[in-house]
Write a protein that binds this ligand. Structure first.
Ligand code: FES
Ligand code: FE2
Length: 466
């Protein structure tokens, strides 16, 4: 009898070694939150295509989903001093994120209370002693209180003492400034749930800084763009060049509450799709002397060890030197593996050391078939130096390759190009399709189902304008 048929839906796994098998053999053992699993079967129904192709659906998301969810607006290091501000936009909404005191950060709705002009242009940042409107000169102090109404005699009906700039809620976590337009939303801690919160805290991302920031428009709905990065199932077809040193079908997927999920994709091991085709030295060579080579010309040998262990040791030495940080207590898995957490709706944290990134996804307010994708590399702050200032975003055009962003590793830029080239085809294919639904794998695509369940939850709510 076929053993597979005895399994309930969601119980089947890739027959190769599991992510936990791989991590259990590491020399420097991983902490509990790496060595745990949290998968849950959430059904097998198709995901209706409408949500990706209907402009009315996108409009409804603006009033139901984006106005109620916690979003990462900027890093604390974007606004280190009192008076520093950073403008964050999502859809039609815009906020001036301002440091009002050492630990007091506010998010003002970016609109004048006279006739509505934006107080600061989108995409700007700087230091302010006041927020003055460029139209008729009404102004506000950085604490949001009104400073001046020009010709107050003409506004006897306006009480300047009560003319504070309206605020979104703000919470700080792991060096990120999070905002939520919904006054009735749960706290960020409740929203993330205790377990996910403990993972995020454990990674110590407050001790990182943005070393590289790249932004690019993507010709696909924002949810398709998110979902392209939620599974390793596509690696063998989309990124065959990395499969030689990358677990893919045996990556691990976890969900935590309603708003957070993750995968762990181990590096330094062969894809189960390629079993028997490469040996340990090939795995090491692919990673260290191939296209994305980190040690061009210096061939490392596996010897009695494994490719994974040699890579972990090499990375540990390399990152300790680069960050002037002591990584002795950090496990091999944290150093080497690709960890990715989604914080619903639009933030991905990749807190691992070898691929330390944050992604942010935002809908294009004028076109439901287009989204804005940002990649930020979050490197450790050197332990004996000042905190570096965050990198300015490099704005790529639709036609440009990620490889063109200065500072981007060419091999990694090529991977991002492969990911995003598919998206244009997927958006058009969904519009051309006679099927009207996406079919998902029960295990490898659980993050997508989990993400869309959260979308469903917010879309079932009534509109809520801030
Ligand atoms: S619109 Fe701002 S002062 Fe008139
Ligand atoms: Fe990918």
């Amino acid at each position: 009898m076929n053993k597979m048929t005895d399994l309930k839906p969601g119980e089947a796994r890739c027959p190769a070694q599991s992510t936990q098998d791989i991590i259990a053999r590491d020399k420097i053992a991983a902490p509990d939150w790496v060595r745990s699993e949290s998968y849950k079967y959430l059904g097998s129904e198709d995901i209706n295509t409408q949500r990706y192709i209907d402009p009315d659906y996108a409009k409804a998301e603006m009033e139901r989903l984006w106005t109620r969810t916690w979003q990462f607006a900027c890093r604390e290091e974007h606004i280190p001093e009192v008076g520093d501000y950073h403008v964050y936009d999502v859809g039609p909404y815009s906020f001036i994120i301002t440091r009002v005191g050492e630990t007091d950060i506010r998010a003002y709705f970016n609109a004048c209370l006279h006739r509505g002009t934006k107080l600061r242009a989108s995409g700007t940042e700087g230091r302010a002693s006041e927020f003055k409107c460029s139209f008729h000169g009404w102004s506000w102090n950085i604490d949001g209180s009104n400073k001046k109404v020009v010709c107050p005699w003409d506004f006897p009906h306006v009480d300047a003492a009560r003319l504070n700039l309206p605020e979104a809620r703000v919470e700080l976590l792991a060096g990120f400034v999070w905002i939520n337009m919904d006054k009735d939303a749960p706290t960020l801690g409740e929203y993330l749930g205790a377990e996910a919160l403990s993972h995020i805290n454990a990674w110590g991302l407050e001790n990182r800084y943005i070393a590289l920031h790249v932004q690019k428009p993507i010709p696909a709905n924002w949810k398709l763009t998110v979902e392209a990065f939620q599974e390793a199932y596509h690696v063998i077809e989309t990124h065959p060049q990395v499969a030689v040193s990358n677990a893919d079908a045996n990556s691990q997927y976890d969900i935590y509450g309603e708003h957070v999920d993750r995968f762990i994709s181990p590096l330094g091991v062969l894809s189960p799709h390629l079993e028997g085709k490469y040996n340990e030295q090939d795995i090491l060579d692919q990673f260290t002397v191939g296209d994305a080579g980190v040690l061009e010309g210096n061939r490392l040998m596996v010897g009695d060890s494994t490719a994974r262990q040699v890579m972990a040791d090499m990375f540990r030495g390399m990152f300790e030197k680069a960050a002037r940080a002591d990584l002795n207590s950090v496990s091999d898995s944290e150093i080497l593996d690709c960890f990715s957490y989604t914080v619903f709706p639009n933030c991905f944290l990749f807190p691992g050391i070898s691929l330390p990134m944050v992604y942010r996804f935002r809908p294009d307010p004028k076109d439901h078939r287009s989204s804005i994708y940002e990649v930020m590399f979050l490197r450790p702050v050197p332990k004996d130096g000042p905190r570096p200032t965050p990198a300015e975003p490099i704005m790529l055009t639709l036609e440009q390759s990620f490889k063109e962003a200065e500072g981007m590793d060419a091999g990694f830029g090529a991977i991002l190009d492969q990911d995003t080239d598919n998206l244009f085809l997927q958006q058009e294919g969904l519009e051309a399709s006679a099927k009207h639904g996406l079919t998902l794998g029960n295990y490898q695509e659980i993050r997508i189902r989990h993400f869309e369940k959260a979308v469903d939850k917010y879309m079932a709510m009534p509109p809520k304008k801030p």
